[in-house]
Each structure stands twice: as structure tokens, then as C-alpha cells.
Design a protein around this ligand. Structure first.
Ligand code: GTP
Ligand code: MG
Length: 173
């Protein structure tokens, strides 16, 4: 059986949110297609991709939703969050403003999502070590305050990308 047969035990909707340019689309294409582009264009509206994985003998289809970080390109917010079982809130470890805006993203998520949604904090671009502006400690502290797990990823180098998606799927499941 291949993915096209669409046989699965669970279907989970996972949304990614965070400022424009933090790497949401790159994380998704790394996870679903094992591809990365330095010239990734800003997302307009909403896109989604799927990936089917196996966790403890169950076939789980992850439907991963991507939207624009830029306000002017964003689609209707409530539809984006509707039915989501998990959310990855992403910031860029080199970009202070993307970290400062996390509370805003968290608030929007809480306002529009189901109460039991599982959230995880992702510090992306961890390959850019010499440009780091947010320490692991500061990010972990934020994550703890908001009761989220924290993981640092690099879509460029494939660091922790699979782990991030697998971890949130395990939390949901
Ligand atoms: P919007 O769609 O506008 O919300 O942005 P986005 O969060 O989807 O960001 P996107 O995936 O388009 O990535 C923005 C830029 O960051 C692109 O030039 C990517 O190549 C780059 N980028 C993404 N992930 C990484 C990473 O892990 N490391 C490095 N060095 N660059 C990255
Ligand atoms: Mg994008």
C-alpha cells in the first residue's frame, strides 16, 4: 500500500505559526519532501501538505498547515485553526522581534483553537550559531511559562525537524 491509498488510523491537523521569515514553509518542505530552498518565497494565504508516518504500529496522517506570517497575506484566521490538534509556534533564533512576538502568536492560537490543542515552541535556524540572538535558556524559560516543550531546529541542515513533527504527533496521540 502506498500513501495514495489513503489508509490511516488517525488524521491530525497541525498548524505552523510565527513571524514571516522564521522558516515555517522550509520546515514543512524539509519534513514532507526533504527539500530546502534558500530562495523560499513568503507564503500567501494558506497551503497544506501531508505526510504519513508510523508511530507504535499506527498509521498517522499528518495534515500540516502553513500560512503567511505577514498580516496582509493571511487568510481567514478561524478557518486556519479549526480542528487543529497541534501547533508549532516558530521563531528565528537570530531574530529578536520574532521572539518578542511569540506571546502575540500564542494568544491568537488560544483565541481561535480548541482548548486541548497541543503546542510546541520551535527555535529555527540553529545552524546560524554566530548570529544567535536568543539564548537557549531564554527560549526554554518562555516555553516553560507557557507550558510548551522547546526544540531548536535547522530546516537547512535537517536538525531536529523530523523530531519536532514526530514529537508533537506523539503528544497528540
Ligand atoms: P512567511 O511565509 O512569510 O510567513 O515566512 P516563513 O516563516 O514561511 O519562512 P520561509 O520558510 O519562507 O523562510 C524564510 C527564509 O529563511 C528563506 O530564505 C529560507 O531559505 C531561510 N531559512 C529557513 N529555514 C532556515 C534554516 O533553518 N536555516 C537558515 N540558515 N535559513 C533558513
Ligand atoms: Mg511561508
Amino acid at each position: 500500500r502506498n500513501q495514495e491509498d489513503d489508509v490511516y488510523d488517525f488524521l491530525f491537523k497541525i498548524v505552523l505559526i510565527g513571524d514571516s521569515g522564521v522558516g515555517k514553509s522550509c520546515l514543512i518542505s524539509r519534513f514532507t519532501k526533504d527539500q530546502f530552498s534558500m530562495e523560499q518565497q513568503p507564503t500567501i494565504g494558506v497551503e497544506f501538505s501531508t505526510k504519513t508516518i508510523k508511530i507504535s504500529d499506527k498509521i498517522i496522517k499528518a495534515q500540516i498547515w502553513d500560512t503567511a506570517g505577514q498580516e496582509r497575506y493571511r487568510a481567514i484566521t478561524s478557518a486556519y485553526y479549526r480542528g487543529a490538534a497541534g501547533a508549532l509556534i516558530v521563531f528565528d533564533i537570530t531574530k529578536q522581534t520574532s521572539f518578542e512576538n511569540l506571546a502575540k502568536w500564542y494568544k491568537e492560537l488560544q483565541e481561535h483553537s480548541d482548548v486541548q490543542i497541543v503546542t510546541m515552541l520551535i527555535g529555527n535556524k540553529c545552524d546560524l550559531t554566530d548570529q544567535r540572538n536568543i539564548s537557549k535558556e531564554a527560549a526554554s524559560k518562555f516555553a516553560q511559562e507557557y507550558d510548551m516543550a522547546y526544540l531548536e531546529t535547522s530546516a537547512l541542515q535537517s536538525t531536529n525537524v523530523e523530531q519536532a513533527f514526530h514529537q508533537i504527533i506523539k503528544y497528540i496521540y
